[in-house]
Ligand binder design. Structure first.
Ligand SMILES: *[C@@H]1O[C@H](CO)[C@@H](O)[C@H](O)[C@H]1NC(C)=O
Ligand SMILES: *[C@@H]1O[C@H](CO)[C@@H](O)[C@H](O)[C@H]1NC(C)=O
Ligand SMILES: *[C@@H]1O[C@H](CO)[C@@H](O)[C@H](O)[C@H]1NC(C)=O
Ligand SMILES: *[C@@H]1O[C@H](CO)[C@@H](O)[C@H](O)[C@H]1NC(C)=O
Length: 961
C-alpha cells in the first residue's frame, strides 16, 4: 500500500515536471512579478531585516509577491498592498521604517511578535503613506507609542495586548479622522475613555486597562458605533441614558468596573443591541422593563440590583442567555419564559415563591438552569422533566419541599444535579438510574428517607455522589463498587447500617460514612483504597482493631473518632492527620500520637535537601500523584517500600538495550550518560525513588560518578501508545529539541526489551507541591513565588507555541504543582511534557477519558469535552497560581481550591483573606501584587474555556504586575 502511494506521487512529480516545461513561457509572466525595481529592492531589504525563512529562499527575490504574508494588487501584481509578519517572534523593530518605503501599502500586520519599540523613522515615513488603512500592532511588547496624528487615512488601529501605559490622550489618536476601529484592550493605560475620536468610529475596545472617570456623555455623538467594550477598568458613575441614542449599537460591554446608578431604560430603544453585559459593578435600583426587547445576551450578575424581575424580562423571543445571579432581587420568577432560552442564572438572590411550572414546560433549548441560594418554595415542578436539553440543574439552598419528581428520569442529558440544602422528603426515586450522563449528584442536607436504591450503581459516569445529611436507612447497596468512576462518596449523617460493601476503587476526594449506625470491625477493604485522601468513619459503633493501613498510600486525613475501636494506633509512613479521640480502647503510645505531627521543620536549605533526599521517598509517596484517568485492569501497586516490579526482581538476565539516543547537545551529559548502565540500574530496587501512575522514578549513578534521574514508563497499561516505537522515538526526538529554561527536557532516551527510559538531570529534584505544602522548609516569600509563577507561565506559553514555532502545540494532560520541578526557589521547570505523546486517549474508556489529570486541576469542561486543550492547561495553571497565592493545596478536606476561591472572591475584603497571610502581610507591595495576581488566576479558572486568556496573555498579565 505504502509503496503504491510513493509510486503514484513519483508519477505525479514527473507529470508536474513536464507541465513546468510545457508552460514555462507563460508561467514566467505570472512567476516573475511586475513589481517595480524600487519595491522589489525594498522587499529584499526587508527580507534581510526579518530573516523569515520563506522570504530568504534562494531565488525568491525574483518574486516578493509570492512570499508568505505579502499581498500584491492588480492583475500583474504591480504593487505591494499588504504585509503580514504576524507570529514570527520578531524583536528588532528596525524594519518598520523600511516597510513604509512601499508607497502603495494599505495594510500592515506585525501582531504576535516581541516588538518593544516603534522607531521614530516609522512615523515620519509611514504617515506620508496615503493609503495605509490597517495597522495591527497587537500582542507585542510596546510600552509606548508615538503620536498617530499624521496617519490620516487609518481605518483600523489595533494596539491591544501590549504594555502601553500612561494617559490615552497623550497618544494622539484624535487626528485619525477616518478611524472606524480602535482597539487598546489589555494594556496598562490610565486616564479616561477617549472621546476626541473620529465620528465614523464603529468599534471602541479599551477593556482591561486602568481607565478611570466616567463613561463620557459625548459618546452619543458617535452614531456609527456598533461595539463598545469598556470592561475591566475602574470606571465610576452611571450609564448615560443618552447611550440609548446609539442606533447601531450591537454590543455594550461594561463588565467589571465600579459603575453605579441604575440601568437606564433608554437602552431598550436600541433595536440593534444584542449583547449587554454590566456584570460585576455596583448597579442599584430595579431592572427596567423592556430591557431585553432586542437582546440575545444579558448579564447583570454581581451587582446590587433590587426589586423584582420585570414580567417581560425572560419572555422576549430573541433571548439566549440571561444572568441575574448575585443581586438582591426579590419577588417571584416571571411566569413567561422565552422558548429559545439556553442559559438562565438567577442564583444568589432573594427570590421567593414557587417556580412557575407552566413556564418550564416547553424550554427545549434550556441547557443550564441555576436558581440556587434563593428562598424558593413549593415542589420542584414535574415540568422540569420536559427540559430535554438540560445539562445542569442547580436548585441548591432553597426551601423546596415535596419529593424528587419521577419525571427527572427524562433528563438523560443531565450531567450535574444539585439539590442540596432544601427540605425535600420522600425516597430517592428508582428512575434516577436513567440519568446515564450524570457526573455530579448532590442531594445532601434534605430530609430524604428510605434506602439508597441499588439502581444508583448503574450511573457509570458518576464522579461525585453526596447523600449526606438525610434520613436514609438500610444498607449501602452491595454493588456500589460498580461506580468505577466515583471519586467522592459522602454518606455521612444518615441512619445507614449493616455490612459495608467493597467501595468504588477510584475513590479519591473523600469517603465519608460518619454519623451513621455502622458497627462491627472496620472492613479491611476500606483500607485498600490506594487513592483515597480523606476517610471519615467517625461517630459510628465500629469496634475491634484498626486494619493495617499499608495500602492507604494517598491518605491525608483519617477520622475514626467516637467509635469503640481497640488495639494500636495505625502507623503511617507519610503525613496523615489521624483523629482517634473518643475510642477508650485505643492504646496510645504517647499523647502526641493522637494526631501525628508534621515533620520537624529544617531551617537551612541544606537541611532541607538532606531531609528531602532521605525522606523525600516517603514524602513523595504521601503526595503520590493520583491520576484518575486510567481504567486499570489491575490496581496500581504502590508499594511503600519502593520495590520495583516483582517481575524484575530476581531476574538474572540483563535486559537488552534496543536503542538509546542522546538528545542533549551538552558535552558533559553526552559523555556521562551510559545506556547499558541506565538499563542495568533500573533493575536494582535500591535505585528506585518512587512511582506514580505513569512512571517509576530511579536515581542512577553513571560510571563517571554523576547522578541522573531516570523515568521508566509503565508501559503495560493499555492507554499507552503501543502502536509504534518508531513514532514514539520521533516524538521524543522532537521533545529533545525543545529549548527553554522553564521546561524539563529529557537528555536522552533508551528503548530496551522491557520498555522505555527517559534520562534527566538529577538536580531537578524537588517539586513545587512539596516546597509549598509539605512545610519542610521556611515559608517561600512572595518574590520567589512570583518568579515561580512567571517561570511556569513562560514554560507553558513556550510549549503552546506560536505560529512561528512550526509545530503543533504541546499540551499537558496532567499539569499540577507536583509536576513543577524546581531548580531553585526562583526557577521552575514544567515537567512531564512527554505524557501527551506517550498516552493514547482513545484507548481509555473511562468517563473522564485519558484526559483528566489530577483532581483539583481538571477544568470543568473536560468532563464534557474529554479533550485536552490549551484553555484547559490555562485552567490548571490558574490553580497552581492559586496555590502560590493562598498557600493551600489544590484539594484539601475534599474541597477544590478553585471553587473555594471562586466563592470567596466576590468582595474585595474577602480577597485579602484568601491570600496566604504569612506572605501577604510582609509588605503592602506584596499584598497589592498578590491581589492583582489573584485576578489573573481568577481569569484562568473561568468556568467558560473561551473566556480564559491565552497562556501568552497570562504571561503578559503576570509580568505587568
Ligand atoms: C535566521 O534564522 C535562522 C533559523 O531560522 C537562524 O539559524 C539564523 O541564525 C538567523 N539569522 C539571523 C541573522 O538572525
Ligand atoms: C438623545 O437622548 C436624549 C434623552 O435620552 C433625548 O432627549 C435626545 O433627544 C436624544 N438625542 C437624539 C439626537 O436623538
Ligand atoms: C433551539 O436551538 C436551535 C439551535 O440553536 C435553534 O435552531 C432553535 O430555533 C432553538 N429553538 C427555539 C425554540 O428557539
Ligand atoms: C417524562 O416522564 C414522565 C414520567 O416519568 C412521563 O409521563 C412523560 O411522558 C415524560 N415526558 C417526556 C417529554 O418524555
Amino acid at each position: 500500500m505504502k509503496r503504491k502511494t510513493i509510486h503514484v506521487s513519483q508519477e505525479t512529480g514527473k507529470f508536474m515536471f513536464c507541465l513546468f516545461f510545457i508552460f514555462l513561457p507563460c508561467c514566467c509572466h505570472v512567476c516573475f512579478s511586475e513589481l517595480s525595481l524600487d519595491q522589489t529592492n525594498t522587499m529584499i531589504e526587508l527580507s534581510r531585516f526579518l530573516n523569515i525563512s520563506d522570504w530568504n529562499l534562494p531565488g525568491s527575490e525574483m518574486n516578493p509577491c509570492s512570499w508568505n504574508g505579502v499581498l500584491c494588487s492588480g492583475q500583474d501584481n504591480g504593487s505591494v498592498i499588504s504585509i503580514s509578519v504576524s507570529g514570527f517572534d520578531i524583536s528588532n523593530s528596525s524594519f518598520l521604517p523600511v516597510v513604509c518605503k512601499l508607497k502603495t501599502l494599505e495594510s500592515l500586520d506585525v501582531s504576535n511578535n516581541s516588538l518593544s519599540l516603534i522607531p521614530d523613522g516609522f512615523v515620519t515615513t509611514c504617515e506620508r503613506l496615503l493609503g495605509l488603512k490597517h495597522l495591527n500592532l497587537s500582542s507585542n511588547k510596546f510600552s509606548s507609542s508615538p503620536s498617530f496624528r499624521g496617519f490620516s487615512k487609518l481605518v483600523v488601529l489595533d494596539f491591544s495586548y501590549n504594555s502601553l501605559s500612561g494617559k490615552i490622550p497623550d497618544y494622539g489618536f484624535d487626528g485619525l479622522v477616518q478611524l472606524r476601529s480602535l482597539n487598546l484592550s489589555f494594556n496598562s493605560l490610565t486616564g479616561s475613555v477617549p472621546v476626541n475620536l473620529s465620528k465614523r468610529l464603529e468599534k471602541l475596545e479599551v477593556s482591561d486597562n486602568f481607565l478611570t472617570g466616567t463613561i463620557p456623555e459625548g459618546i452619543e455623538d458617535y452614531q456609527e458605533l456598533t461595539l463598545i467594550d469598556l470592561s475591566d477598568n475602574q470606571l465610576v458613575g452611571s450609564i448615560p441614558s443618552s447611550l440609548g441614542n446609539l442606533t447601531k449599537l450591537e454590543s455594550l460591554i461594561l463588565s467589571n468596573n465600579k459603575l453605579s446608578g441604575s440601568i437606564p431604560e433608554s437602552l431598550s430603544r436600541i433595536q440593534t443591541l444584542r449583547r449587554f453585559a454590566a456584570n460585576r459593578n455596583h448597579f442599584t435600583g430595579v431592572i427596567p422593563s423592556g430591557i431585553t426587547k432586542n437582546l440575545a445576551n444579558l448579564d447583570l450578575s454581581f451587582n446590587n440590583l433590587n426589586g423584582s424581575i420585570p414580567g417581560d424580562l425572560l419572555s422576549q423571543l430573541k433571548l439566549v442567555s440571561v444572568d441575574l445571579s448575585s443581586n438582591q432581587l426579590v419577588g417571584w420568577i416571571p411566569r413567561s419564559i422565552s422558548p429559545g432560552l439556553f442559559r438562565l442564572r438567577l442564583g444568589s438572590n432573594m427570590l421567593r415563591g414557587p417556580v412557575p411550572s407552566a413556564a418550564f414546560e416547553s424550554l427545549q433549548n434550556l441547557t443550564y438552569l441555576e436558581m440556587e441560594n434563593n428562598r424558593l418554595t413549593g415542589h420542584i415542578p414535574h415540568a422540569f422533566g420536559n427540559l430535554q436539553s438540560l445539562n445542569l440543574l442547580n436548585l441548591a439552598m432553597n426551601e423546596f419541599t415535596g419529593i424528587l419528581p419521577l419525571s427527572f428520569g427524562n433528563l438523560t442529558r443531565l450531567q450535574v444535579i444539585k439539590l442540596q440544602q432544601n427540605k425535600l422528603t420522600g425516597v430517592i426515586p428508582d428512575t434516577i438510574k436513567l440519568l446515564i450522563n450524570l457526573l455530579i449528584l448532590d442531594i445532601s442536607w434534605n430530609s430524604l428517607s428510605g434506602s439508597i436504591p441499588p439502581s444508583l450503581s448503574q450511573l457509570k459516569t458518576l464522579s461525585n455522589m453526596n447523600l449526606q445529611g438525610n434520613h436514609l436507612s438500610g444498607t449501602i447497596p452491595e454493588n456500589i463498587g460498580d461506580l468505577k468512576n466515583l471519586i467522592e462518596l459522602q454518606l455521612g449523617d444518615n441512619q445507614l447500617s449493616g455490612r459495608i460493601p467493597v467501595m468504588p476503587p477510584k475513590l479519591q476526594i473523600s469517603l465519608n460514612l460518619s454519623y451513621n449506625m455502622f458497627q462491627g470491625p472496620i472492613p479491611a477493604s476500606l483500607f485498600q483504597l490506594d487513592r483515597l485522601e480523606v476517610l471519615d468513619l467517625s461517630n459510628n459503633n465500629f469496634s475491634g482493631e484498626i486494619p493495617p493501613s499499608g495500602s492507604l498510600i494517598s491518605l491525608r486525613q483519617l477520622i475514626l473518632s467516637n467509635n469503640q475501636l481497640t488495639g494500636n494506633m495505625p502507623r503511617f509512613t507519610h503525613n496523615v492527620l489521624v483523629n482517634i479521640s473518643g475510642n477508650p480502647g485505643i492504646k496510645s503510645r504517647n499523647k502526641d500520637e493522637v494526631s501525628i505531627k508534621r515533620r520537624p521543620t529544617g531551617k537551612s536549605k541544606l537541611v532541607m535537601v538532606v531531609i528531602f533526599v532521605c525522606l523525600g521517598v516517603l514524602a513523595l509517596v504521601a503526595g503520590i500523584t493520583t491520576v484518575i484517568v486510567l481504567k486499570l485492569s489491575r490496581r496500581f501497586k504502590g508499594n511503600n517500600n519502593m520495590q520495583v516490579d516483582p517481575d524484575e526482581e530476581g531476574s538474572t538476565v540483563l535486559p537488552e538495550v534496543i536503542h538509546g539516543k542522546l538528545l542533549t547537545s551538552n558535552a558533559i551529559h553526552r559523555s556521562n550518560i551510559n545506556f547499558t548502565k541506565a538499563v542495568e540500574a533500573v533493575g536494582h530496587p535500591e535505585n528506585a525513588l518512587h512511582q506514580t501512575m505513569f512512571w517509576s522514578y530511579y536515581r542512577v549513578v553513571m560510571p563517571s560518578g554523576s547522578s541522573y534521574l531516570i523515568k521508566k514508563l509503565n508501559t503495560r497499561d493499555r492507554v499507552f501508545q503501543q502502536a509504534s516505537s518508531e513514532q514514539l522515538e520521533l516524538e521524543l526526538e522532537m521533545l529533545g529539541k525543545l529549548h527553554h529554561t522553564n521546561i524539563m527536557v529529557p537528555l536522552a532516551y533508551v528503548l530496551y526489551s522491557e520498555g522505555c527510559l527517559l534520562v534527566y538531570d538529577f538536580s531537578h529534584m524537588y517539586n513545587l507541591y512539596d516546597v509549598l505544602h509539605n512545610q519542610t522548609s521556611d515559608v517561600v516569600d512572595w518574590t520567589s513565588r512570583y518568579s515561580i509563577a512567571v517561570g511556569i507561565a513562560q514554560g507553558i506559553s513556550y510549549l503552546h507555541g506560536s505560529k512561528s514555532s512550526g509545530r503543533d502545540p504541546i499540551l499537558l494532560p496532567d499539569l499540577s504543582s507536583k509536576k513543577i520541578m524546581l531548580k531553585s526557589l526562583t526557577e521552575p521547570l514544567v515537567g512531564d511534557i512527554e505524557l501527551f505523546k506517550v498516552i493514547d486517549p482513545s484507548k481509555s474508556n473511562s468517563s473522564l477519558s485519558a484526559v483528566a489529570g489530577t483532581i483539583g486541576y481538571i477544568p470543568p469542561e473536560y468532563a464534557y469535552t474529554m479533550r485536552v486543550t490549551m484553555a484547559g492547561n490555562v485552567y490548571s495553571f490558574g490553580v497552581i497560581l492559586l496555590e502560590l497565592l493562598t498557600g493551600r493545596p489544590a484539594v484539601s478536606e475534599g474541597r477544590e481550591l478553585a471553587k473555594w476561591v471562586q466563592s470567596h472572591s466576590s468582595q474585595q475584603e474577602q480577597c485579602n483573606n484568601i491570600l496566604d497571610v504569612r506572605v501577604s502581610k510582609t509588605s503592602s507591595v506584596a499584598t497589592k501584587q498578590m491581589l492583582r495576581a489573584l485576578s489573573v488566576a481568577l481569569a484562568c479558572i473561568n468556568i467558560s474555556p473561551g473566556a480564559r486568556p491565552k497562556m501568552k496573555t497570562v504571561l503578559r498579565m503576570l509580568t505587568r504586575l
